[in-house]
Write a protein of this length. Structure first.
Length: 416
């Protein structure tokens, strides 16, 4: 919205006594705050006007239609000379859109209840329940139903996720990370999977965001550290070189004051060297979190290597690469995919490799699916790579098998 729009939104309006501000059935483009005077809210029952309420200074009215997009359910007129502050649809919608989805849904449910109550009181009947069977639904009503549907689904999934945490319905798959020059396995990335009894297999992309917004990521993350640490011990026993385990860390975990302590505790208990646990963080975590910089310093001091995941997909600010001292940069698979398809991708990958090297960071390319992509990355000086070309993420038994037999790179398979 323009700056002028903001001022427009905050404009004030003087209205003379007796003037109608809006009528029942009008479109609801504005809400109002009464700064001076009083406003009468009325409706018509059996052809006769009935006053529902008289509102005074400091009260907001007309906000219902603004939020749910339906028409005015009553009329408003100036009881005295009034001074109103005008609130625009944009001002309200911006906030409703950015609110927590569950809170937003509760707001809509309360509003719907309020509207049907008002209607029942004034006409002796409730509004129809909010379903698609209504003839001639307006777009806002359909949007509202969709939003409520989405929010209800979120609430359901959230409760199921709580059960999943309690019943440990998760498992980890491990994807090998290859040292490109030698072709040897340098480490693994732990990737979580959720087998929900009611929904089946759910990808992490879908549930990690919910786990973060509800803080369920904290117990889940703890479980991931413990489980992947045990796997690292099993896999390391089969390797002559020290292996590392990459663990994905969400912003919510970084913000949790006890997280580092918990991490250190588990790693120590399992007898693992901190150097072997690589922490993968997303670019946006550096932006979203005020405490990221301190956290980065703390964990690096403890010896945990840090990897910047999905590099190139977010803000990609050179400033934070300079400010935060990270050990490793992961080139996002969208660039690697482009190596065979888009002419610019090789240049972009090269720029990323050179940038990382200039800053003293090593580079991992993810999503390598073909021999040609692996070869280009090798030529560019990329240190490590992972992707279906080498192996999809696999259960621990298969990861153990990968340690004992050479990788069959000629026949890449996606994860089943
Ligand atoms: P990510 O960290 O970028 O993980 C790499 C994703 O790419 C994984 O998806 C992996 O299965 C997929 N992948 C690997 N090789 C290839 C390939 O050659 N081609 C293609 N097309 N894809 C490939 P996945 O397992 O579905 O995980 C999705 C995201 O969920 C991860 O992206 C990560 O951000 C998040 N995630 C996974 N496990 C955890 C976890 O334990 N904690 C947290 N906080 N996030 C996790
Ligand atoms: Ca990752
Ligand atoms: Ca990634």
């Amino acid at each position: 919205m323009t700056k002028q729009g903001h001022y427009e939104g905050l404009r004030r309006r003087h209205i003379a006594a007796g003037t109608i501000i809006f009528k029942e059935g009008d479109a609801g483009d504005y809400a109002y705050i009464i700064e001076e005077g009083s406003v009468e809210i009325s409706t018509v029952i059996d052809g006769k006007p009935v006053v529902l309420n008289v509102l005074g200074q400091g009260i907001m009215f007309g906000e219902l239609a603004l939020v749910d997009g339906r028409t005015r359910s009553a009329s408003a007129s100036a009881n005295t000379n009034v001074l109103l502050t005008v609130v625009t649809k944009e001002q309200v919608n911006m906030r409703v859109e950015s609110a927590d989805p569950i809170l937003r849904m509760l707001l809509f449910v309360v509003m719907r209840y309020f509207r049907s109550e008002t209607s029942w009181r004034t006409r002796g009947k409730a509004l129809k329940p909010p379903v698609i069977e209504e003839v001639g639904l307006t777009q806002p009503t359909i949007d509202l139903n969709r939003k409520i549907g989405e929010a209800v689904d979120l609430i359901r999934m959230e409760s199921e996720l709580r059960v999943a945490v309690a019943e440990k319905q998760f498992c980890l798959h491990y994807q090998p990370i290859i040292d490109i020059p030698t072709g040897a396995i340098a480490g693994f990335e732990a990737l979580i999977r959720w087998h929900s009894p009611s929904r089946g297999f759910i990808r992490p992309d879908v549930f990690i965001a919910i786990a973060e917004s509800t803080s369920l990521i904290l117990p889940i993350g703890e479980w991931v550290i413990e489980e992947s640490g045990k796997a690292l011990n099993q896999l390391s026993a089969l390797s002559e070189q020290p292996l590392f385990m990459s663990i994905n860390v969400a912003s919510r975990q970084i913000e949790e004051p006890t997280f580092t302590q918990t991490l250190v505790g588990i790693v120590q208990k399992l007898g693992i060297n901190n150097r072997q646990i690589k922490l993968e963080i997303l670019e946006r975590s550096l932006f979203d979190s005020d405490i990221a910089q301190q956290w980065i310093q703390d964990v690096r001091k403890l010896g945990f290597p840090l990897s910047l995941d999905d590099f190139g997909t977010g803000y990609s600010s050179l400033q934070y690469l300079n400010d935060y001292h990270l050990d490793n940069l992961k080139i996002d698979r969208s660039f690697v995919w482009g190596l065979g398809n888009k002419t610019n991708s090789a240049n972009l990958c090269k720029a990323m490799v050179d940038l990382a090297k200039a800053l003293g960071m090593s580079v991992i390319a993810e999503g390598i699916e073909t021999a040609a992509q692996a070869e280009v990355l090798r030529e560019l000086g990329c240190d490590m790579g992972q992707g279906y070309y080498y192996s999809p993420p696999v259960p621990i038994e298969e990861a153990i098998a990968l340690m004992t037999k050479p990788l069959a790179v000629s026949n890449p398979q996606p994860e089943l």
